[in-house]
Ligand binder design. Sequence first.
Ligand SMILES: Cc1cc2nc3c(=O)[nH]c(=O)nc-3n(C[C@H](O)[C@H](O)[C@H](O)COP(=O)(O)OP(=O)(O)OC[C@H]3O[C@@H](n4cnc5c(N)ncnc54)[C@H](O)[C@@H]3O)c2cc1C
Length: 270
Amino acid sequence: MRPLNSVVCIKPVPDERFWDKIRLDPKTGTLRRKGIPIELCSVEKSALEEALRIREARGGKVTVISMGPPGTEEILEWGIVLGADEGVLLSDREFAGADTLATAYALAEGIKKLGGADLIFLGNESLDGSTGQVGPQVAEFLDMQHVTHVSKLDLIDDDTLRAKFHIEFGYIDVEVKMPVVLAVEKDINEPRVPSIWGAVWIQERKIDCWTAEDVGADKSRLGLPGSPTQVSDVKTIELKRKGEMLSGEPSDIAKQLFQKLRADKVLPEA
Ligand SMILES: Cc1cc2nc3c(=O)[nH]c(=O)nc-3n(C[C@H](O)[C@H](O)[C@H](O)COP(=O)(O)OP(=O)(O)OC[C@H]3O[C@@H](n4cnc5c(N)ncnc54)[C@H](O)[C@@H]3O)c2cc1C
């Protein structure tokens, strides 16, 4: 059995506990994320877990890769604490403003510089953008086959694996040859919690930071210039409704409710 190398694409997403603090900049229409902590997206923890289990069964190496602004190292550090062997951050002003296509192109160029992999793991959909486009696009750029919505994986032999993928009202089992891109669903496994060894690994293992030039990318295909998607308008939904608690005996509450509904002209005058 030969060892298998995996690359896992992980993306920084705003910490779910702070989502109500994210605001839209009315002038630029972009998200104001300053001061919002980032976290490793839960579906990508499952993607990493799958790669770690394969390394434990077969040997090989697990690399985590992310494209993001400075500070994204934190996500890669989490990947290493959970067990990845190394991390790569693609960070450069040239990558800024990337839509899914330009993101996938940059990731594919980074993966090429790593020398490719037998298995490339992604989440099926990220927690925030949720387009589900990046996995198939990475596969196209790398000229590799891909399977999305993967909910179970079994290695058959040195070159083949069986993937169970989710469709509406059921599942399909396919056998695919490696190398392959796999976009996994969150329920594929139960991700591990970090072990005490994570504190050692973070000291010993390295995170490289690569620019567009480092990966030899065509700059016209990166960032905003390389993004065919244009966001024409973004709106914040103003929530005008508010809740109110009525207290007292049930009969008093019913009377108060009638009065309020009449005052608001929801019910006709008595
Ligand atoms: C015109 C335009 C401009 C944009 N400008 C910006 C911007 O300036 N800054 C910004 O933060 N976002 C920007 N975005 C959003 C950005 O394009 C998305 O965050 C990104 O393409 C991923 O899309 P998604 O979350 O829908 O991916 P999905 O396809 O839902 O993600 C699937 C999986 O792909 C992998 N993945 C996705 N993105 C990354 C990544 N960056 N690194 C590693 N793995 C990844 C993960 O494994 C993830 O689970 C812009 C979008 C548009 C349309």
